[in-house]
Write a protein that binds this ligand. Structure first.
Ligand code: ASP
Ligand code: MG
Length: 411
């Protein structure tokens, strides 16, 4: 008999009919003998609706009160599921974050979980009940309701699994697992049976939005086996694990992530002297702008060009800050480009294989795609290219690294 934490996302509990379906599913697991803790999101669209209500009162809602409002979405779904389970003869009980006591810090709208009291839940499980817990919310030391940031129910699920030392944390959603890349871009994309936490973090932070990044970090830190599955289709899903078993069949690259949300800024002709990088990026970070990739060129005539990328939403702000810096440094000019995209290959196999980056560059060269910037880490190589070549690049790389699904007959 296993203890499983199951988390169902907003679309999976988006209507009463869906909640009834979730109840059927939970009942099946229960009948198979598993102990179950079920974490729910609000109905899809509900959290947005609640935020929108708050914004009709104030452009910048008071964070504490916003948490009081947005935490109600999950309170609705947990009670409905508990009722649906009881209707099916399955004993169940629902709890808000406060009732369990999911203790968080006081950072409203982006709180962190500090501690979970597992006593009540354990007692209920012992009594044969399915315990249904509101995702996304907690309570601080003073008893204020807090929330964990958008997508935070994933983190609730993982944190509960860690606290209860559950055998698995299952994240049910509207896709049947984690894919080698976005199937809307590459029809040959394949579901991965397994991916490591590290790879998943890279994939998630690069824009494969299956799981909240914090949930993946949490699961890695506490070694919680995590599985992504489709709510209403059968299938093994994707298991996110710690072990990097080396096998002959293991591909070097697990996936290809991409991101259209960045923009590039270059300051030309800055003096190549100590402290210049700081003079350029100091004001950028003081303006609360996050920088992703950074490239500084080799200097000629004691001046150099300095290029970095920021989120596209921050582009105008960064451009202004940089223009001021350019005057101070007597730089030649500031140029920018918002029509860029970042493509990354991700895989722990890179650690033990040479030539991965050059294979990537070869594949892009064959398609005559110019690489504007490159950055690497132990398990990732990223390039910035012109946005219009993004899909071509992802497809070429998917093929070059042998990630394409075998063609089915008739295709
Ligand atoms: N309901 C919250 C949101 O929409 C939390 C979640 O669904 O994970 O962000
Ligand atoms: Mg989600």
């Amino acid at each position: 008999m296993a203890l499983i934490v199951q988390k169902f996302g907003g679309t999976s509990v988006g209507t009463v009919e869906r909640i009834e379906q979730v109840a059927d599913k939970v009942k099946k697991f229960r009948e198979a003998g598993d102990d179950l803790v079920v974490v729910l999101s609000a109905m899809s669209g509900e959290t947005n609706r609640l935020i929108d209500l708050a914004k009709q009162i104030s452009d910048q809602p008071v964070p504490r009160e916003l948490d009081v409002i947005v935490s109600t979405g999950e309170q609705v779904t947990i009670a409905l599921l508990a009722m649906a389970l009881m209707k099916r003869g399955v004993p169940a009980v629902s709890y808000t974050g406060n009732q369990v006591r999911i203790l968080t810090d006081s950072a409203h709208n982006k709180a962190r979980i500090l501690q979970i009291d597992d006593q009540k839940i354990r007692g209920d499980l012992k009594a044969g009940k399915v315990v249904v817990v509101a995702g996304f919310q907690g309570v601080d030391e003073q008893g204020n309701i807090t929330t964990l940031g958008r997508g935070g129910s994933d983190t609730t699920g993982v944190a509960l699994a860690a606290a209860l030392k559950a055998d698995e944390c299952q994240i049910y959603t509207d896709v049947d697992g984690v894919y080698t890349t976005d199937p809307r871009v590459v029809s040959q994309a394949q579901r991965l049976d397994k991916i490591t936490f590290e790879e998943m973090l890279e994939m998630a932070s690069l824009g494969s939005k299956v799981l909240q990044i914090r949930a993946v970090e949490f699961a890695g830190k506490y070694s919680v086996p995590l599985r992504v599955l489709h709510s209403f289709q059968e299938g093994p899903g994707t298991l996110i694990t710690i072990d990097e078993e080396e096998s002959m069949e293991q591909p070097i690259i697990s996936g290809i992530a991409f991101n259209r949300d960045e923009a590039k800024l270059t300051i030309r002709g800055v003096p190549d002297t100590p402290g210049v990088a700081f003079k350029i990026l100091g004001p950028i970070s003081a303006a609360n702008i996050e920088v992703d990739m950074i490239v500084q060129n080799v200097s000629h005539d004691n001046t150099t060009d300095f290029t970095f990328t920021v989120h596209r939403n921050d582009y105008d702000k960064a451009h202004k800050v940089l223009a001021t810096t350019a005057q101070e440094l007597n730089a030649r000019e500031v140029v920018g480009d918002t029509n860029i995209a970042k493509v990354s290959i991700v895989g722990v196999g890179m650690r033990s294989h040479a030539g991965v980056a050059s294979r990537m560059f070869e594949a892009l060269a064959k398609e005559s795609i110019n690489i504007q910037m490159i950055s690497t880490s132990e398990i990732k190589v990223s390039v910035v290219i012109e946005e219009k070549y993004l899909e071509l690049a992802v497809r070429a790389l998917h093929t070059a690294f042998e990630l394409d699904a075998p063609a089915r007959q008739g295709e």
